[in-house]
Design a protein around this ligand. Structure first.
Ligand code: SAH
Length: 380
C-alpha cells in the first residue's frame, strides 16, 4: 500500500525517542505542552480574559493599523460599499450606523462623510483615545460618537435600534481572532429587523496545493546545509513547519484544483454557536504528476446583493494581494505522484478549547491504495 509515498520521511522511521517527543504531544512543541498545562489550571473565565487582554493590547500598537490602512483592496472594498449605500443615507438623512471595532476610525468616518446622520464608533483597545482626537480633527464630533468600550458592553441609552452595522472583523482563515461574536452581540442588541450588515455574507474556501518552493526553503534545505548533511533535522523541520498554518502568498500555479467552499456565513442570520464547530466534505482528483502538499485557504465577502457588491473583497490567490495573504496548511505527510488519484474526506474546524480566539483544523483524506491522511493544525 502507498508505494509512491515510501520516499516520504513523514514521522515514521524516526527513533522511538524522537517519535515519543513529537507524537506524544500530538504535534505540539514541548513549550506549548507546558503552556497548556498552565492553562489547564486556570479557570476558563480567566483564560478568556487573558486572551482578550492580549488580543486588545495588540490593537493598541500602531503597526497593525498601518498594515490595515495600507491594504488597498480592503480599504477600497469598504469604501465602495459605503459610497453605494451613502446615496440612500444622504436622501433619507436619518441613518444611524454602528462601527464595531473602529480602530483609527476609517470606516466610521467614511460612513459619516457618505451621508449617515449618526455614527457610533466602538473601540475597546487604547486606540480609542486617538480615535476621539481623529474624529475631532476631522470636524465630525457632532456626527461620530466614540465609545471606549467592548462591543459586548455597549450601552446606548438614547438609541433603540440602528440601520447599519459595519465592521472589519475578519482574521486569518476568516475566523481567527474570533471577533465575529462581538459583532453578532451588537447586531442582536441594536440592529433593526431589516437592517444592513456590512459585510453581509462571507465565504471561506480551501483548495489543494503543491508548493515546491516552500518545500525547498523549509524542508529540503535541511538535507544539506553549507555542504553538511543535516538531514537528521528533517523530522524536526517537518514537525515545526507543519504545526501551524502559515500566512503566505500562494500563486495560482500552485493550486491543484478548484476552490471548495467550507463555510458560507449570512451575517444577518449566523449565530455564535455556528462558529464553534463545522465540517465540510472534500473531494477532488489529483492532476497527473502532482504532489499534494496541503491546502490553501482564503475568503471572500459580499456587501449586499447588488451584483457590484458581490465578492467585493476577496483574498484569493487570483485577487490583488491583501494583508491577510492566504492561509496554508502544509501536510506533514504529502501525497506523492497523484496522477488520477481521487481523494475524498472532510475538513473539520473547531474552536480551540484552550485559546478562546484560536481554532483547530483537521483534514481527513482517503484515496484508494494510499494510507489515510489525518492532518491537524493549531491556529492560535
Ligand atoms: N475598523 C478599523 C479597525 C479594524 S481592526 C479599520 O477598518 O481600519 C478591528 C478593531 O476592532 C481593532 O481596533 C480592535 O481593537 C477592535 N475590537 C476587537 N474586538 C472588539 C470588541 N469586542 N469591542 C470593541 N472593539 C473591538
Amino acid at each position: 500500500m502507498d508505494d509512491q509515498d515510501d520516499d516520504d520521511p513523514g514521522l515514521a522511521g524516526l527513533s522511538p525517542e524522537f517519535q515519543a517527543m513529537l507524537g506524544g504531544l500530538a504535534g505540539h512543541t514541548a513549550s506549548f505542552g507546558k503552556m497548556l498545562e498552565k492553562r489547564a489550571n486556570m479557570s476558563k473565565e480567566s483564560a478568556r480574559k487573558k486572551d482578550d487582554d492580549v488580543y486588545l493590547e495588540s490593537y493598541a500598537d500602531l503597526s497593525i493599523h498601518e498594515d490595515m490602512l495600507k491594504d488597498i483592496p480592503r480599504v477600497e472594498a469598504y469604501s465602495k460599499a459605503i459610497a453605494f449605500y451613502g446615496t440612500k443615507w444622504t436622501e433619507s438623512a436619518d441613518t444611524t450606523v454602528i462601527d464595531v471595532g473602529s480602530g483609527t476610525g476609517l470606516l466610521a468616518i467614511k460612513c459619516a462623510q457618505a451621508g449617515a446622520k449618526k455614527v457610533i464608533a466602538v473601540e475597546a483597545s487604547r486606540m480609542s483615545h486617538f480615535l476621539k482626537q481623529i474624529v475631532t480633527d476631522n470636524s465630525l464630533s457632532s456626527c461620530v460618537e466614540v465609545y471606549e468600550s467592548r462591543a459586548e458592553e455597549l450601552e446606548l441609552p438614547e438609541v433603540k435600534a440602528v440601520d447599519v452595522i459595519v465592521s472589519e472583523w475578519m482574521g486569518y482563515f476568516l475566523l481567527f481572532e474570533n471577533m465575529l461574536p462581538s459583532v453578532l452581540a451588537v447586531r442582536d442588541k441594536y440592529l433593526k429587523p431589516n437592517g444592513l450588515m456590512l459585510p453581509s455574507r462571507c465565504r471561506l474556501m480551501v483548495a489543494p496545493v503543491e508548493r515546491q518552493n516552500w518545500r525547498n526553503a523549509k524542508l529540503d534545505f535541511w538535507k544539506e546545509v553549507h555542504g553538511i548533511d543535516m538531514s537528521a533535522l528533517m523530522p524536526l523541520a517537518v514537525a515545526t513547519a507543519c504545526e501551524r498554518p502559515q500566512h503566505c502568498s500562494v500563486s495560482e500555479a500552485e493550486l491543484l484544483g478548484h476552490p471548495i467552499p467550507i463555510l458560507d456565513l449570512d451575517l444577518h442570520k449566523v449565530r455564535e454557536e455556528d462558529l464553534k464547530r463545522f465540517e465540510m466534505p472534500i473531494c477532488f482528483e489529483m492532476p497527473p504528476g502532482k504532489r499534494l502538499d496541503g491546502f490553501a485557504s482564503w475568503f471572500e465577502c459580499d456587501f449586499g446583493e447588488d451584483p457590484s457588491l458581490l465578492s467585493l473583497l476577496s483574498t484569493s490567490p487570483s485577487s490583488p494581494p491583501t494583508h491577510w495573504r492566504q492561509t496554508v496548511f502544509h501536510f506533514r505527510q504529502p501525497l506523492e505522484g497523484g496522477g488520477g488519484v481521487s481523494l475524498s474526506g472532510k475538513v473539520v474546524v473547531e474552536q480551540h478549547e484552550v485559546y478562546s480566539r484560536g481554532y483547530r483544523i483537521t483534514f481527513e483524506l482517503n484515496a484508494a491504495g494510499r494510507r489515510p491522511r489525518l492532518e491537524t493544525f493549531e491556529l492560535r
